[in-house]
Design a protein around this ligand. Structure first.
Ligand code: HSE
Length: 307
């Protein structure tokens, strides 16, 4: 029996945020919106979007559809209800915005709605983590705000913290037609780190979290530092190191790689030189033969919404 059509809006996310590798996620006010029509038949799938085919193929290889099938298979369905989907994507496909996580969540949330919300948020997140392999982006996109998460031995722990630092703007800088493969960007990381680096990340993660909880901008500024992934990954993104240093010189609160890149996240307040940072970032990327764009946004305390 066909279900009512629904619309699902899912925010982009930035992960790691410096010290919180595979743990920190931040939902952003940039969204993808899925309009889903349930059709009275089985095993048919169609998706249309404003994205290039390579990012949103109109076939069953689509990540949204792969995720959509999971709960039905778990429930023992032999046939999957047919759907037709319109995707209105605001989230750039440059890595670092958690866009694959939004597709996975879109499919899971749509299926769960069909199944009368039998699965709880934590169960949906676990399924999403099994696909994505890391929990930070999907937790932020589903729950919103600043999320802490861990996914060890298939056990998920997540905690959403509302972001109250209203004065903070987020500038996302990203090159066009240049992507960092997340698997590759994970393989280049060291397996073991000196205790000094681990202690530094541990302290800065705690300070970052305390800064968000106590709305302390100075502490936030001190804590956006990493010693376990950023240096290795900067080598994969031409110009990124120069852009991050430049943003800090121009009074950004902090700047770092968003997720595994290639996007960069810059935290700003009214003292930061927004226009100079945007212009200089474009120049630096152009010098490295990369066209680029930027989006100014906020942290979104809302996660995925169903209409
Ligand atoms: N935490 C993950 C990583 C995010 O840095 O590999 C990938 O988007």
């Amino acid at each position: 029996m066909p279900k009512e059509n629904l619309k699902i809006q899912i925010p982009a996310s930035s992960s790691n945020l410096g010290p919180g590798f595979d743990c920190f996620g931040l939902a952003l006010t940039i969204h993808n919106e899925y309009d889903i029509e349930f059709i009275d038949s089985y095993d048919e799938f169609e998706i249309n979007s404003n994205l290039k085919d390579e990012f949103c193929p109109n076939n069953k290889e689509n990540l949204f559809y792969k995720a959509f099938q999971i709960l039905f298979r778990k429930e023992g369905f032999n046939k999957i209800p047919s759907i037709k989907v319109e995707l209105n994507a605001q989230i750039p496909c440059s890595g670092g915005f958690g866009s694959s996580g939004t597709a996975v969540l879109g499919g899971l949330v749509a299926a769960n709605n069909f199944l009368e919300c039998k699965y709880e948020e934590s169960e949906l997140l676990k399924e999403a983590c099994l696909i994505e392999k890391h929990p930070d982006n999907v937790c932020a996109s589903l729950l919103g705000g600043f999320c802490l998460s861990s996914f060890e031995d298939e056990k998920l722990i997540s905690k959403k913290i509302d972001w109250q630092l209203e004065e903070v703007d987020i500038l996302m800088l990203y090159p066009l037609d240049f992507r960092v493969n997340t698997d590759e960007a994970r393989k280049i990381l060291k397996e073991n780190h000196p205790i000094k680096s681990s202690v530094s990340n541990l302290s800065n993660s705690a300070f970052f979290t305390a800064a968000v909880l106590t709305e302390d901008l100075e502490l936030l500024k001190e804590s956006i530092k990493d010693k376990i992934h950023e240096q290795e990954r900067l080598q994969l993104i031409p110009g990124a190191s120069e852009i991050i240093s430049m943003a800090k010189e121009q009074s950004a609160i902090g700047a770092t790689i968003s997720g595994s890149g290639a996007s960069l996240i810059v935290f700003l307040d009214s003292k930061s030189n927004l226009d100079i940072i945007k212009d200089k970032a474009k120049e630096i990327w152009a010098k490295n033969k990369l066209e680029s764009e930027s989006i100014l946004c906020k942290v979104s305390n809302s996660g995925a919404l169903i209409y």
